[in-house]
Design a protein around this ligand. Structure first.
Ligand code: NAD
Length: 367
């Protein structure tokens, strides 16, 4: 049997630094758990532009479509700010998302007990929080036509169009129900059916798809009420599914309940490929952090937790994903903190490498 395949795209800035730590974890699974991956590595973003004059080479794109999962670090940096829009580093990432047709964006908001004090909310509101926001990623108001700035009489008018087809809603709903089945079997769908026709259709289609998942308790909430409930008592939720625009806002809101950008993983999933697995791109939420790049200060946990998501959602290794998450919890409970996790009282932060090594040691201790 062949090993599962993984394409690693470290990218720019702190991307390669955090990915070096992820490679240690991947190697650990090969040597200690008999779970070896066929790993290839390539360029994306500014470094790909430097090498090939394009932020994503066609060969890299083709490889991304072949493998079981892609793991990306981050792209961008001030060096590339003045490039033409068509070759900016972010275009590499957007091309990956578009050609892999990644319509379902998973953003967990998980609060590690050791970091509960770090949240802007009260500790008992966030301690133990573990929710997942599923955001539709490839349609809705960011893509709908007509769009543009037009002249109307004596003034200009800016137009964007919220547009969803039934099939676009159904496929992201299905991916959210599938996720709910693997978790707490509770799904809350958020839209604005009170004021938007697209919201009425969203609610109808999610309800229809829900008939195939009788075990999942489905509820509906207006997205503005959802935002309030997320800050009031986020633990009432398990999985939330919502459209592109509301998901953009709600996933940022939910993620920051739990602390630093350096802790937040994400997954973007598409339709199943020839291997039966959904096309998948895993990446930390943060960018290339040029202000700390090359200084050994980056927190590698977001990228490591993104790999844990790959274990769970692409490779059916939920127990091993939980092992990685427990190792992260362990090192945090032991008081290890990268600079971004230091409170105002200060202390001595560990480096990117020290954090990665400590997580590997915690994995060793888990055996
Ligand atoms: P950023 O996420 O790179 O950084 C924001 C702040 O958070 C910075 O102070 C940074 O030091 C800190 N930070 C981010 N990740 C961290 C980590 N792992 N550990 C410790 N601290 C961390 O966002 P930005 O500064 O707005 O953007 C910088 C560059 O990254 C830009 O070129 C932007 O276009 C790009 N970007 C890329 C992605 C991506 O690749 N998905 C996402 C966002 C921004």
């Amino acid at each position: 049997m062949t090993n599962p395949s993984l394409l690693i795209l470290p990218g720019d800035g702190i991307g390669p630094e955090v990915m070096t730590e992820v490679r240690k974890i991947i190697d650990w699974f090969g040597t200690k758990r008999g779970l070896a991956f066929d790993v290839s590595e390539d360029l994306v973003g500014g470094c790909a532009y430097d090498a090939h004059g394009t932020p994503l080479h066609d060969d890299t794109m083709a490889r991304a479509l072949e493998v079981d999962a892609v793991l990306l670090g981050a792209v961008g940096g001030p060096k590339y700010d003045d490039l033409d829009f068509s070759v900016k580093p972010e275009r590499g990432l957007l091309r990956l998302r578009k050609e892999m047709d990644l319509f379902s964006n998973l953003r967990p908001a998980q609060c590690f007990d050791a970091l509960a004090d770090f949240s802007s909310l009260k500790k008992d509101v966030v301690a133990g929080l573990d929710i997942m926001i599923v955001r539709e990623l490839t349609s809705g108001v960011y893509f709908g036509e007509p769009r543009g700035i037009f002249k109307e009489g004596n003034e200009r008018v800016g137009i964007n169009t919220q547009r969803y087809t039934e099939s676009e809603i159904a496929r992201v709903a299905r991916s959210a129900f599938e996720l709910a089945m693997r978790r707490g079997k509770k799904l809350c769908s958020m839209e604005k059916a009170n004021v938007m026709e697209s919201g009425i259709l969203w609610r109808e289609v999610v309800t229809e798809v829900g008939r195939d998942y009788p075990e999942v308790e489905l509820s509906h909430m207006y997205a503005d009420a959802g935002a309030m409930q997320l800050t009031r008592w986020p633990k009432q939720f398990d999985v939330i599914v919502t459209d592109n625009l509301f998901g953009d806002l709600l996933s940022d809101l939910a993620a920051m309940l739990t602390g630093s950008l350096g802790m937040l993983p994400s997954a973007s999933l598409g339709a199943p490929g020839a291997n039966g697995r959904p096309k998948a791109l895993y990446e930390p939420v943060h960018g290339s952090a040029p202000d700390i790049a090359g200084q050994g200060k980056a927190n590698p946990i977001a990228c490591i937790l993104s790999f844990a998501m790959a274990l769970r959602y692409s490779f059916d290794q939920g127990d091993e994903a939980a092992r990685v998450e427990a190792a992260v919890e362990r090192v945090l409970a032991d008081g290890l903190r990268t600079a971004d996790l230091m409170g105002p009282e200060g202390g001595s932060p560990v480096s990117t490498t020290q954090m990665g090594d400590a997580i590997v040691a915690a994995l060793d201790a888990s055996l």
